[in-house]
Ligand binder design. Structure first.
Ligand code: NAD
Length: 246
């Protein structure tokens, strides 16, 4: 059997990027996986997993989907959005959207999954934060870093509330990962950076290793945190950043 044999896993934002890689990695390790995304077209090509359309901004749909999928062993809250702004350029609309998606939706999913986890005294909740959070600041990431720091706080609070009851809660803090949305951010920065290649090089150069992470490398950390191998790990902000924070 695989490292997640017999585990029931639920992943949000599994249509592309890290969520998709994690859903596939969980399944490859023997888990039974429910892969969800707002965009069902992105879920179409996913093999070996159950797929379900889910917009995490819809509280009722989140509760319904998690209830129907459960009881869960693993909840991976991967959905999030990266605004590129500063304290001076951030709008109220961006603020509301980012906190609703990056933080509040995570709380709602945790609340839906927790009762069954506590009842069975087992569960691993994995939240997607970022190295850009309480760990470190990054230019033009005012709102993003603020919400991801809140994810670290949410994670530690949930871990504290349920430590010793078989339920763990950790968050992942990646550096820059090669995903479709990163491509969009690079394109958005191209004009100001002197072209696409220069914009890309700026992202790459932040990682001391001189390259970006692959989604699979982040998924490997998610597998470890999902598995019982990490049974003694809770409340942690796990940095995986190619040396960005060195
Ligand atoms: P991505 O941004 O390329 O894709 C995001 C996915 O989320 C898409 O499939 C999209 O359809 C889905 N989604 C968006 N809004 C949704 C909603 N309301 N409900 C359900 N699904 C929704 O993927 P990514 O870059 O791997 O990012 C995933 C997570 O990882 C995010 O939380 C992001 O902040 C975090 N992260 C990314 C990086 C990076 O460099 N890419 C680094 C650190 C953290």
């Amino acid at each position: 059997g695989g490292r997640l044999q017999g585990k029931r896993c639920f992943v949000t934002a599994a249509g592309q990027g890290i969520g998709r890689a994690a859903a596939l990695a969980f399944a490859a390790e023997g888990a039974s996986v429910v892969a969800t995304d707002r965009d069902p077209a992105l879920l179409a090509g996913l093999g070996g997993v159950e797929t379900k359309k889910l917009d995490v901004l819809d509280d009722a749909a989140v509760a319904e989907a998690i209830g129907a999928a459960g009881p869960l062993d693993v909840l991976f809250n991967c959905a999030g959005f990266v605004h590129q702004n500063t304290a001076l350029t951030c709008t109220d609309e961006e603020w509301g959207f980012a906190f609703a998606l990056n933080v509040r939706a995570m709380w709602k999913a945790v609340r839906a999954a927790l009762p069954a986890m506590l009842e069975r005294e087992r569960g691993s909740i994995i939240n997607m934060a970022s190295a850009c959070s309480s760990v470190k600041g990054a230019p033009n990431r005012f709102l993003y870093g603020t919400t991801k720091a809140a994810v670290v706080g949410l994670t530690k609070a949930v871990a504290t509330e349920h430590v010793g009851r078989g339920v763990r809660c950790n968050c992942l803090c990646p550096g820059t990962v090669e995903t479709p949305s990163l491509g969009e951010r690079i394109a958005a920065n191209a004009a100001a950076s002197g072209g696409l290649e220069a914009a890309r090089a700026a992202f790459v150069s932040r990682q001391a290793m001189g390259r970006l992470a692959t989604p699979g490398e982040i998924a490997a950390l998610a597998v470890y945190i999902a598995s019982d191998e990490s049974a003694f790990v809770t409340g942690q902000a796990l940095v995986i950043d190619g040396g960005w924070t060195l």
